[in-house]
Design a protein around this ligand. Sequence first.
Ligand SMILES: Nc1nc2c(ncn2[C@@H]2O[C@H](COP(=O)(O)OP(=O)(O)OP(=O)(O)O)[C@@H](O)[C@H]2O)c(=O)[nH]1
Ligand SMILES: [Mg+2]
Length: 302
Amino acid sequence: MKTGFIGIVGRPNVGKSTLLNSILGEKIAITTDKPQTTRNTIRGIYTRTEKKAEDFGQGVQMVFIDTPGIHKPHSKLGSFMTDSAINTFKEVDVVLFLVDSDMGKGPGDKYILDMLKAVRTPKILVINKIDTMEPEYFRRIYDEYSEIGVFDDIFGTSALENLNVDKLLVRIEDFLQEGPMFFPEDMVTDHPERFIVSEIIREKLLMYLNDEVPHGVAVEIESYKEEPEVTRIGAVIYCERKSHKGIIIGKQGKKLKGVGKAARIEIEALLGAKVFLELWVKVKENWRDSELALSNFGYTDE
Ligand SMILES: Nc1nc2c(ncn2[C@@H]2O[C@H](COP(=O)(O)OP(=O)(O)OP(=O)(O)O)[C@@H](O)[C@H]2O)c(=O)[nH]1
Ligand SMILES: [Mg+2]
């Protein structure tokens, strides 16, 4: 069996988490139209056993690492996010570098590219969101990156519409070695359910909130009780200012209710159980620059 680790890296909002979910056929990473959605590296495991592989040849286990978008950090949280993405470059067997525009429109791409040039890990450029691109524009991006000669291959995909993702998987196999499986064959992620639950709540907050509030939000699961009839979950939403607390709660608590309902529906589908979800909002000023708070929220190296 061929096995290996694959890093998914790129600027914020290019579709890294969407690609991970598309590969797995299951949602384990949250995705929104806001940049800097992903804050931790998220591992997703794609396994095709020898038996299932009858039609494909040999079995394969690919451990994908979705990373936070690399950006110029303005807080300790931002530094943690960017560092954890850059650190994967050397730890994986293959790097997928995602872009969704030419370098003129995505200046941050040049910065990441320069770092990638310095590592010897095999690299595949993935031009994502081809569903939104005119063929000439795709060609322009393709040519721009071909000329640099850094990439072992270049693919165009639509993570959202699952276009060309299967071909990308087949190509990745070429760079993997024979080896034992790292995880059991039915495991899709090694993150605990509690983590995914907190992420689902954060996703709904990001969707419901505008402007600067979302980036200052963190979610902590305070209680998690599985009873025969219902799973009871209590979570605290931390924000950075009192005024933000008001915005999150909304008029007569409407916004928070909306967030809670949307999150509960998705958590119920994830757990396959009825869920009772209680949310509280607390203020923790400037937590994004507090080492202690970051570590409490799980934004630290393991
Ligand atoms: N049209 C189109 N939209 C896409 C595609 N892939 C992702 N998106 C959208 O792009 C936005 C960002 O997607 P994410 O997967 O959250 O992006 P990300 O790279 O993980 O972003 P960060 O976690 O912030 O770094 C979302 O609104 C997605 O629905 C695609 O192939 N086509
Ligand atoms: Mg993401």
